[in-house]
Design a binder for this molecule. Structure first.
Ligand SMILES: Nc1ncnc2c1ncn2[C@@H]1O[C@H](COP(=O)(O)OP(=O)(O)OP(=O)(O)O)[C@@H](O)[C@H]1O
Ligand SMILES: [Mg+2]
Length: 359
């Protein structure tokens, strides 16, 4: 029996028909079992377990080990005995059909889209000084990955940034921003996120963005963790734009990221400021790398910057020509073969090389 399919332990005909139809729509195959004895083998290992009241009332629930991700699906109001049985097997959630059909589609689609092997990767991007070019670089990496045919999720973690959707020229794109959404701790469906967030034209791949608003709060740490984990489960490259003043949400990203890229302009003061930051990051981050960028007002060599700052050199970029004006017009896209596109490609290669080695 496959461990990657949800287990359906459902004996009510109408519930089973509805669940099979919804699973087919979500592109998700189920392991269907006729009774709780047959369910026992897969109970612990299935990514999700669907049960119905009829199955619980017919079988011996005491033999089932406790686990998370057990969902009771019903098309009738529950009576006291149903609730007691649900409690006995540790049901986490009740889905009543047909009203909550969309919730079941999300749960199943989320399981279906999880890659069987391999997973996404998480990059944090932070400026070595204010205005270093971190947000532009984070957007460039996400766009670069989507241009190469990958799935990218760009997450804005800087509540005072004004919204990274502005960098992408996507400020009018329909979809939710951080202040519009409530994500509590736990599992978030990537398919639900993908549908709710603004999508940016991402070449052959997919780019979705979770931006801060023009005002309002940034994300809570548990929300950032849930979103990153949803992206990683679904094979996305998750790029987080970090503020220099790392709050709890920022440190959450540092803890979860495979790589933190520190953007350092090739200037003496920027290098001095970045060295203190890199020292703090290294105490918690898995891996800290440097992106040194021009222009250098006094021809400070990139290796001298790397020596002062002390992180692993990832790439060196010339200044991107005409960047300020294209950003201002909302027309930014890293020019193919240009400094930002090449720098982003170097960091993606480094990120994915490392993520592969860790898998
Ligand atoms: N690669 C680059 N080449 C040339 N100029 C750049 C580059 N990256 C950023 N800039 C310039 O720096 C400005 C600030 O960039 P950005 O907003 O990405 O910095 P930041 O580090 O995110 O700033 P903050 O500290 O406000 O978060 C841009 O508007 C642009 O004019
Ligand atoms: Mg920024």
């Amino acid at each position: 029996m496959s461990n990657s399919r949800p287990l359906a332990a459902i004996s009510g005909d109408s519930v089973l028909d509805a669940v099979l139809r919804i699973a087919a729509a979500a592109g998700c195959e189920l392991d269907c079992v006729p009774d709780l004895v047959a369910a026992r083998a897969a109970w612990m290992w299935a990514p999700l377990v669907l049960v119905d009241p009829a199955m619980l009332s017919d079988g011996d629930t005491e033999q089932l080990p406790r686990r998370g991700g057990v969902v009771l699906v019903t098309d009738q109001p529950l009576d006291l005995a149903d609730w007691e049985a649900a409690y006995a097997v540790g049901v986490e959630r009740v889905i009543t059909l047909p009203d909550a059909e969309a919730a079941l589609v999300d749960l199943l689609a989320d399981v279906a889209e999880e890659p069987a092997a391999g997973s996404g990767a998480v990059l944090g991007v932070i400026g070595g000084r204010g205005g270093a070019g971190a947000s532009v670089f984070a957007a460039s990496v996400a766009m670069g990955h989507a241009d190469d045919g990958g799935d990218a999720l760009l997450v804005d973690c800087d509540a005072l940034s004004g919204g990274i959707d502005l960098v992408l020229g996507a400020e009018h794109a329909a979809g939710l921003r951080w202040p519009d959404i409530t994500v509590r701790a736990g599992r978030v469906s990537m398919s639900a996120l993908r549908d709710a967030l603004p999508a940016v034209d991402g070449g052959s791949g997919r780019l979705v963005v979770l931006s801060c608003g023009r005002s309002g709060d940034g994300p809570a740490p548990e929300a950032v963790a849930a979103v990153i984990e949803a992206g990683v489960r679904s094979g996305y490259t998750v790029v987080c734009d970090l503020p220099r003043e790392l709050g709890a949400a920022g440190w959450q990203v540092i803890d979860l990221a495979d790589l933190i890229a520190v953007i350092v302009p090739a200037e003496v003061r920027a290098a001095a400021s970045a060295s203190g930051l890199v020292e703090r990051l290294r105490r918690r981050a898995r891996r800290v790398g440097l992106v040194v960028r021009g222009p250098s007002p006094d021809a400070l060599p990139a290796d001298a910057v790397a020596d002062v700052v002390g992180g692993e050199p990832l790439t060196v970029m010339r200044a991107e020509p005409r960047l300020a004006s294209v950003l201002e017009r909302g027309e930014f896209r890293p020019r193919r073969g240009g400094p930002l596109a090449s720098g982003a490609a170097d960091v993606l290669a480094s990120l994915h090389g490392d993520a592969k080695a860790a898998a």
